[in-house]
Design a protein around this ligand. Sequence first.
Ligand code: VGL
Ligand code: ZN
Length: 235
Amino acid sequence: MPADPDFKPALIVVDLQEDFCPPNGALAVASGRDVIPVVNALLRLQTLVTRIATKDWHPADHVSFASNHAGKRPFVDFCKVVNPYNAEESYETRLWPAHCVQGTSGAELVPELEVGLIDKVIEKGTDPRVEMYSAFYAPFTSPRVSDSGLKDGLREEGITDVYVVGLAGDYCVKNTALDAAAEGFRTFVVEEGTRAVDAVGWEDCRREIERGGVKVVSVHGPEVGRLTGGSELQL
Ligand code: VGL
Ligand code: ZN
């Protein structure tokens, strides 16, 4: 079958790391490990042009750790993050337990992941001064901060469609997918391939993702069917 020039899909596997998974993760997402078979099944699909994994990869003094702010509690407190190159641009961000510290076991990709299928690993959140949920860049615009090069890489490969899976659905998956859509890629979040930190908020989050031009799809739907050639995904 000749390749369809209008369909050059990429898969982005977001932050499938020990710290986001039970039983030992510092910021474990409930049932986070359950997505691994779905992710591996997607990684095996031959229609994919490129397979990218991201790692949350923080220095120990990262701004998002509650422990780096006197008197602040993880999950409930927020802090102000300022664009290091423009004091006028800032926003409030949620604080977390220390997680995915560079070089620690918690920052490793989960061993069940078929890493041999991954073409490229992107490390993000490396600047201690800024939070970066998206695999593309931090949420500052004037100027842009911490561009990972992902957008340019996808463009150079002629990617048309971006499928996003991994953890967490309401943070890094959401922001990666929203940026992919904003960059002009047809973008899908595969729902069985993600789990949210705030599971009860997922329906609202899903609607917010869709308002940003991303389609949240099932492994049984036609969008994943386009990757498999119409058959069911082989788990
Ligand atoms: C994430 C919270 C903090 C994520 C990363 O990968 O979704 N969430 N850092
Ligand atoms: Zn993080």
